[in-house]
Ligand binder design. Structure first.
Ligand SMILES: Cc1cc2nc3c(=O)[nH]c(=O)nc-3n(C[C@H](O)[C@H](O)[C@H](O)COP(=O)(O)OP(=O)(O)OC[C@H]3O[C@@H](n4cnc5c(N)ncnc54)[C@H](O)[C@@H]3O)c2cc1C
Length: 349
């Protein structure tokens, strides 16, 4: 079998690369570190129960056990650390929300993932939570930057990672393979994040990119959980915290704004009583899709070109399992997950 060429080394490209290698494939990765990357600014939170009405996230019972085993395996492989199990505490805003969430836990059978708890008095000095809140299990944080860095070092040692811009105009289509710059590949898989909208082969897919900003801050208080009440913050260690985030569907750039900072700090002030000192701010564009499901699968006409994209707001939890699914499709001929295959959008091409 010829090698597979992966374009992009964000969460999508990196998780796919590991799964193809695990299945015995030979691969090459091309990544342009000068381009914007959503993964590099991601908070890295994974949270199995979300939303205004408190519900299990899509495919949670499959995605969550797998994400823990996958990232731990890569920690062992790279002899590094990036996966942190951290409970998420969601203080109730008012009695109505307390009632609603308490009923939702029963109704949606969420007991394996979260529970109602009384006021957390150890937090009360810094966090307003007189009514108690929801404590979530199996949640946490992936230090995405470190995961990508450790993976980059690993791929570089294997000699399979190249820095540079992939140019779609250099593709030559053959019947059973595809050539790029005079080299034959089994398939080329585009994992370009929000940049895929400029890829002439896949720009017809219904993307719905959304810009987001985060801030980094310090504070006197020592909190070892993720606190979430619309806006969230998470401990990074050494007295540093990250907070987010914003959602903007216009102005899709990577520029940090005063408005973004204001929205996040005002959100935090609803429940955080301690002053904070802002030490950094980042912005990126999430590769979200109109139907809120990822994109995986072959181009309708050029069958040796694939896409793995559309991880939206949940790249950390979606990427490992969907990368496994796509790798098994590419190597073993297994079917692509029905909800993620881009075959659902072929009529748009
Ligand atoms: C502010 C913010 C906060 C977020 N917080 C979270 C969170 O807490 N939890 C969570 O799960 N998700 C979060 N996300 C979402 C997460 O970042 C994405 O789901 C995920 O990172 C997408 O990964 P990707 O690999 O598809 O894209 P990207 O990370 O954008 O990677 C694409 C890569 O492809 C490369 N590339 C693109 N085109 C080319 C080309 N032609 N040639 C060579 N290289 C190319 C780019 O350089 C880049 O490295 C957040 C996103 C933002 C913006």
């Amino acid at each position: 079998m010829r090698p597979f060429l992966i374009v992009g080394q964000g969460l999508a490209g990196t998780t796919l690369a590991f799964h193809l290698l695990k299945n015995g494939a030979s691969i090459e990765i091309i990544n342009n570190p000068e381009l914007p990357s959503s993964s590099k600014v991601a908070g890295g939170m994974f949270n199995p129960v979300t939303g205004k009405h408190l519900a299990k996230t899509w495919l949670v019972d499959t995605l969550y056990p797998y994400l823990h085993s996958f990232y731990s395996e890569i920690e062992d492989l790279t002899n590094d650390r990036f996966l942190y199990s951290v409970p998420i505490y969601r203080p109730f805003k008012n009695d109505q929300q307390k009632n609603q969430f308490t009923k939702a836990i029963e109704k949606h059978d969420l007991k394996d993932y979260c529970e109602v708890v009384e006021e957390q008095t150890t937090l009360s000095k810094g966090i307003d939570n007189p009514l108690g809140g929801i404590l979530t299990k199996h949640s946490g944080r992936l230090d995405v930057k470190n995961f990508l860095k450790a993976s980059e070092v690993h791929f570089s040692k294997l000699g399979i990672l190249k820095e540079g811009q992939f140019e779609p105009d250099q593709i030559i289509h053959n019947t059973s393979s595809v050539a790029y710059k005079d080299k034959e590949y089994e398939k080329i898989i585009f994992c370009e994040g929000a940049m895929a909208q400029h890829n002439k082969y896949f720009n017809w897919l219904p993307f719905n990119p959304v810009k987001g900003e985060t801030i980094d801050f310090k504070m006197e208080l020592d909190i070892d959980r993720i606190i979430n009440q619309g806006k969230w913050f998470m401990p990074l260690g050494n007295g540093q915290y990250k907070a987010g985030s914003t959602y903007v569907w216009h102005e899709l750039d990577q520029i940090v704004t005063e408005k973004g900072k204001e929205i996040i700090t005002e959100g935090l002030q609803q429940f955080l009583k301690t002053p904070i000192q802002i030490t950094g701010q980042e912005a990126g564009v999430r590769p979200a899709t109109k139907d809120r499901r990822p994109f995986s699968g072959p181009h309708p006409e050029f069958r040796n070109l694939y896409i793995f994209n559309g991880l939206g707001t949940k790249g950390v939890s979606l990427a490992p399992f969907l990368a496994k699914n796509l790798a098994e499709h590419l190597i073993l001929g297994k079917e692509i997950d029905q909800e993620t295959t881009i075959a659902r959008h072929y009529a748009l091409y």
